[in-house]
Design a protein around this ligand. Structure first.
Ligand code: OAD
Length: 228
């Protein structure tokens, strides 16, 4: 058995982390282009640094929920036959105990030095323009993959999808590529595909099965079935 699970903002929603596409189309009151593109960062670096500083600081007040914990439990049983690919920049999968996790859109608790190209674990604000711990140049930016940038570890993800017999997406609107295309690739190579979401997504019709409901309940049920 080889399972790839793709997670999106919906898995962290019940932990109190805001999803990206609220009804008003804004992300915590901001236009996504303003805070999630290289152009937005160039136009107003302080606003963007403050935005991610707030998101990073708010991680201290959220906890993994039953869905993150169920996936960690599944990894305990399956080991490296389970890969979690997350679009989320929070650290709730790791705090739940998952180890085999790829953050394809980066992580809030990481910084990228655009002077020396190194990445570091990071918990402090960036709006103060601190020096890089490696080269001392104050050119740190959030280690987040913005629109127009290439997601991380795509070769590994593609290989895992080619090898998977089951592909499950949890709490993603499937509005953003390349993640939105993973189901088609998995399906093409014969994997069974399951979508778990509160609402239909843009890709629901492509899945073999769709289970509607909150991630905390539906992921738990699915993991229990796999472990039975
Ligand atoms: P979205 O905010 O686009 O979608 C969240 C999805 O979660 C929706 O389909 C909701 O129906 C679903 N949802 C909400 N609460 C849920 C719950 N309790 N249980 C199950 N499902 C629930 O978030 P993503 O699809 O993750 O990229 O967004 C993809 C990417 O767009 C993000 O990674 C981010 C953003 O721009 C970057 O930052 C690069």
């Amino acid at each position: 058995m080889s399972i790839v699970v793709l997670t999106g903002a919906g898995i962290s929603a019940e932990s109190g982390v805001a999803t990206f596409r609220d009804a008003d189309g804004l992300w915590e009151g901001h236009d996504v282009a303003q805070v999630a593109t290289p152009e937005g960062f160039a136009a107003d670096p302080n606003l963007v640094q403050r935005f991610y500083d707030e998101r990073r600081a708010s991680l201290a007040s959220v906890e993994p929920n039953a869905a993150h914990l169920a996936l960690a439990e599944l990894e305990q049983e399956l080991g490296d036959r389970l890969l979690v690919v997350t679009q989320n920049v929070d650290d709730l999968h790791e705090r739940a105990g998952s180890k085999n996790v790829i953050h394809m859109h980066g992580q809030l608790r990481s910084v990228w030095c655009t002077a020396c190209d190194a990445r570091f674990k990071w918990d402090a604000p960036l709006v103060t323009n601190p020096p890089c711990p490696g080269c001392a140049v104050p050119n740190l930016r959030p280690d987040i993959v913005w629109f127009g940038e290439i997601p991380y570890q795509m070769d590994e993800i593609q290989q895992a999808l080619l090898d998977a017999d089951t592909f499950v997406s949890i709490g993603t609107s499937s509005e953003v590529y390349p993640a939105a295309g993973f189901v088609a690739l998995a399906s093409d190579v014969g994997a069974r595909t399951l979508e778990i979401n509160l609402h239909p997504s843009r890709m629901s019709r492509v899945y073999d099965e769709v289970r509607k409901g909150p991630a905390t309940a539906v992921v738990r049920e699915w993991v229990d079935e796999v472990l039975a």
